[in-house]
Write a protein that binds this ligand. Structure first.
Ligand code: ZN
Ligand code: ZN
Length: 281
């Protein structure tokens, strides 16, 4: 969630069946789909929320963005020309994501979590069961990812436990098909938040660390404003033209954020009090 977003309703525990989940959700929200005609459309299924589907070209890569779930988190499917793909943050609507992957003939090599908040992880169990692949997450998220508190019914039942086969480390690099990316540990919004940097394509996925014009909330359990402000320094090391694809909202660039994002103005000596005030708002 971004600064300024609130999560309505208390955390609750327990799981509901798929059928019940779909029945509950089907009555709750109309499905809104956006995008050009040539964009392959995610199939909006009863009970699953898909706010929009967009496709971006970034060098040799194709980025499919499906904005899913009550909290409108961006799930990114990043694919090379051979359709080898990683799925970043499967946050909701697992059947819709599964069908999209099948329809687009994308071969999933890994699921990668920028962090474990419910709006980024909730479809992981069902999706990984249907389409098995490596699962990557920073170990600092282990305690939270599958715990009972990481749920908000009826929108986000607790995610069933999935084996993390790739515990992520800072500056670890991966090659999945034609995808080459480096993990940047950016604690703050959560202790195990990471960004995924594709230096060749000048592209970074920032999860809830950095958004267009703002940063992730730091008033949540396990958040740290001081850590987040320190983490923002990593973006100064990237070429300014680097495209930023965030966990919520529209893409931006490092240059645009350095110019206009108030949280980026004071790196490397962020004014802690000011940041605390804004992030807690
Ligand atoms: Zn989020
Ligand atoms: Zn989050």
């Amino acid at each position: 969630m971004r600064v300024g977003e609130t999560q309505k309703g208390p955390f609750q525990t327990g799981r509901v069946s798929n059928g019940i989940r779909r029945l509950i959700c089907a009555c709750a929200l109309a499905v809104l789909r956006v995008g050009a005609n040539d964009v392959p459309a995610a199939v909006p299924l009863p009970g699953e929320i898909v706010w929009g589907t967009n496709v971006f070209a970034q060098g040799a890569l194709t980025i499919h963005r499906l904005t899913v779930g009550k909290l409108a988190a961006n799930c990114y499917i990043v694919a090379d020309a051979q359709k080898n793909a990683i799925v970043i943050d499967p946050g909701a609507s697992p059947e819709c994501l599964r069908r999209y992957l099948v329809d687009e003939r994308l071969r999933v090599l890994a699921y990668v979590l920028t962090h474990s908040h419910l709006d980024h992880i909730s479809a992981l169990d069902e999706l990984a069961a249907a389409i098995p692949a490596a699962v990557a997450m920073h170990p600092e998220e282990n305690d939270w990812a599958f715990c009972e508190k990481n749920a908000w019914l009826p929108w986000y039942p607790r995610t069933g436990e999935v084996a993390i086969t790739r515990p992520l480390r800072h500056q670890q690099s991966f090659t999945d098909g034609g995808l080459r990316y480096t993990v940047i540990h950016t604690p703050g919004h959560s202790p195990g938040s990471v960004c995924l940097w594709f230096p060749q394509e000048k592209l970074v996925f920032t999860g809830d660390t950095l958004f267009a014009g703002t940063v992730g909330r730091t008033d949540l359990h396990r958040s740290s404003t001081t850590s987040l402000m320190r983490s923002l320094g990593v973006f100064l090391m990237m070429p300014p033209e680097t495209a930023v694809y965030a966990g919520h909202g529209e893409p931006t660039t490092v240059a645009a954020e350095m110019k206009a994002n108030p949280f980026m103005q004071d790196i490397p000596n962020p004014p802690k009090e000011k940041a605390e005030r804004k992030a807690g708002a």
